[in-house]
Write a protein that binds this ligand. Structure first.
Ligand code: 9MR
Length: 570
């Protein structure tokens, strides 16, 4: 059996769950069905059948056939799928398939921590260990006493901690908000589905393991503590608002180890969007952390209330797109969705009528569910209102929101069904961070499964993992360490092995941004001209617009991995 460089038989390179869907895509222009064989690790045929001709796939620009070997019920490792004499990458069929990814996709956050030394034993080897970054130790100029940009404030703030956003070492409240919400929501939903033990204390590699608090909440708290520090103190102008971001005055070179960053760090002007991200995540914190640390939960609630009040008083302080020297802009010209999200979280936590009024008077409350991302967060609020038990809304409202969420999920299933590679994303959706668009839409499929128990939604969420782990236009797993042909050169200032052999590759569980038809960096421009949307990706450290990592992206992967790892009774 041959094995060409680009395997035309595209599978989830990690594998399949025994009780999940098992489909593959074959790149072939044959107009008649082809014979396929499933072989075990000894090469013995264990199942066979014929493909279904799908034909042209718009996103990839490829001619495709589909294989469904879902009737096979065996387990093991080293399976291959063979079509026309050509084999796929080897893969497993196992109920434990996603256990490793659940842990590693969350360990990514530990390794992105600012303000703490990264321990080799927790980070998966000495290559990943490093001294604490940005604690005011030379040559660092932050983050324990950070000045504002000119004219923004006349005092300094201690904004240590949190996670570095991505391949850069900026810390942005807007993106920290959605990432934190997704991790905490992953735990909140698992507690309802009975899967929370797998995210509980001493399940992850975090320094706080053994403290009696679920480890995923320990990890999220590292960021929550930072978000709370970003709030303008009482007695200062715009008290209660949150600074939009803190980062270097100039972009640093690649590589730059965190503890060797010598740039001045600066606080950027408070924004309504950042303030509402703080309000939303701090309100969620108050609800979810209450059983473990009542004092912290109370501090979160106080901060959330003050942020909400400050945002109401300053409803249109917008972060500009032009503020992108030394860090990302995270600009946002429409904060109606952030208002809705924050009101939803405050309502779910407090039940108070002021927040209910804000929810029910928002036009977003009755609109169809739209895709969520860092700049569009209404659906995060909808998920909370539709899933948290006992939310103080009329039953009709909750039922309608649930219907809107399952309606969006059915839309994603229909999008998947029309494609050669079952992706819950339209062919024109391959923008910067497309893998997170895909993963976020799959989260809605997971929510729909939780709400209804209908198997088709779980199938959709799991087939999305197939796409991310190799069943795609490029025969590529976008998750480092997972799959035979996985990304390994994601854009990062410390995991910069491609530029400096003394530094490591990104650790297992790091998630690449994915295909971006905009070709928004020099490497993509030079190497990807003319690419089909789903093929506009290059595993090169210089391609930050297709191959960066980011906390908001890894958070969706972690949510999905935890969902996929949950065991289901037969
Ligand atoms: O994820 C962001 C994407 O939606 C934007 O199009 C892009 C350009 O503004 O920025 C992305 O976010 C980056 C941020 O600005 C800086 N840190 C790295 C982020 C991921 O590339």
């Amino acid at each position: 059996v041959g094995a060409p460089a680009d395997f035309p038989v595209r599978v989830n390179q990690l594998g399949y769950l025994p009780d999940g869907p098992k489909r593959a895509t074959v790149v072939s222009s044959a107009t008649a069905p082809l014979a396929w064989q499933l072989r075990d690790s000894s090469g013995a045929q264990v199942a066979s059948g014929t493909t279904t001709v799908h034909g042209a796939d718009q996103a990839s620009g490829q001619s495709t056939h589909l294989v469904d070997f879902g009737a096979y019920t065996g387990t093991g490792s080293g399976f291959t799928l063979v079509v026309g004499g050509l084999a796929s990458h080897p893969f497993d069929i196992s109920a434990a398939l996603y256990d490793g990814l659940r842990a590693d996709s969350l360990n990514f956050f530990y390794q992105q921590r600012s303000g703490i030394a990264i321990d080799a034993n927790l980070a998966g080897g000495s290559a990943y260990a490093r001294p604490a970054g940005h604690l005011g130790v030379a040559p660092n100029k932050g983050d324990t006493s950070v000045p504002c940009q000119a004219g923004v404030c006349d005092y300094r703030l201690d904004v240590r901690g949190g996670w570095y956003d991505a391949g850069d070492q900026g810390k942005y409240v807007v993106n920290g908000g959605i990432a934190t919400w997704e991790l905490v929501n992953s735990f909140e939903r698992a507690r309802r589905s009975g899967g929370d033990a797998a995210l509980g204390d001493s399940t992850l590699r975090v320094p706080e393991r053994g403290n009696g608090v679920p480890d995923v909440l320990d990890e999220a708290r590292w960021e929550l503590d930072f978000l709370l520090r970003m709030q303008v103190p009482d007695g200062k102008p715009m008290a209660g608002m949150a600074f939009h971001k803190i980062h270097d005055a100039q972009w640093t070179a690649l590589p730059t180890r965190p503890e060797l960053d010598d740039q001045q760090r600066e606080l950027h002007k408070p924004s309504t969007a950042a303030t509402l991200n703080l309000a939303a995540t701090a309100a969620q914190c108050a609800r979810v952390y209450a059983p473990y640390d009542a004092a912290f939960a109370a501090r979160c609630l106080d901060s959330a209330r003050r942020a909400w009040t400050a945002a109401k008083a300053n409803p249109n302080v917008l972060a500009p797109a032009t503020d992108s020297t030394g860090g990302g802009a995270y600009e946002d010209a429409d904060v109606s969705d952030e208002f809705y999200w924050a009101a939803a979280e405050l309502l779910a936590t407090t039940g108070e009528s002021q927040y209910r009024d804000a929810v029910t008077s928002s036009p977003l409350h009755t609109k169809p569910v739209d895709a969520f991302w860092w700049g569009g967060t209404a659906t995060l609020g909808r998920i909370t209102l539709a899933t948290v038990p006992g939310v103080a809304l009329p039953a009709d409202d909750v039922a309608r929101l649930r219907g809107l969420l399952t309606g969006a999920a059915d839309g994603y299933l229909s999008t998947m069904g029309g494609q050669g590679y079952a992706v819950p994303l339209a062919p024109d959706g391959y923008v910067w961070g497309s893998n997170s668009s895909v993963a976020n839409n799959a989260m809605v499929l997971g929510v729909a499964y939780d709400l209804t128990g209908a198997a088709r939604y779980r199938t959709g969420a799991l087939e999305t993992m197939d796409y991310l782990l190799g069943r795609n236009a490029l025969d590529r797993s976008y998750v480092s360490g997972y799959g035979e042909r996985a990304s390994e050169n994601e854009h990062h200032r410390f995991w910069a092995h491609q530029n400096d052999a003394s530094l490591p590759h990104p650790p297992a569980g790091s998630f690449a941004g994915g295909p971006n038809s905009g070709l928004q960096d020099p490497v993509a421009e030079a190497q990807l001209a003319g690419c089909a949307p789903a093929a506009c990706y290059v595993d090169d450290i210089g391609s930050y617009s297709t191959n960066e990592v980011a906390i908001n992206w890894n958070a969706s992967l972690a949510w999905l991995a935890a969902f996929a790892a949950e065991r289901h009774a037969a």
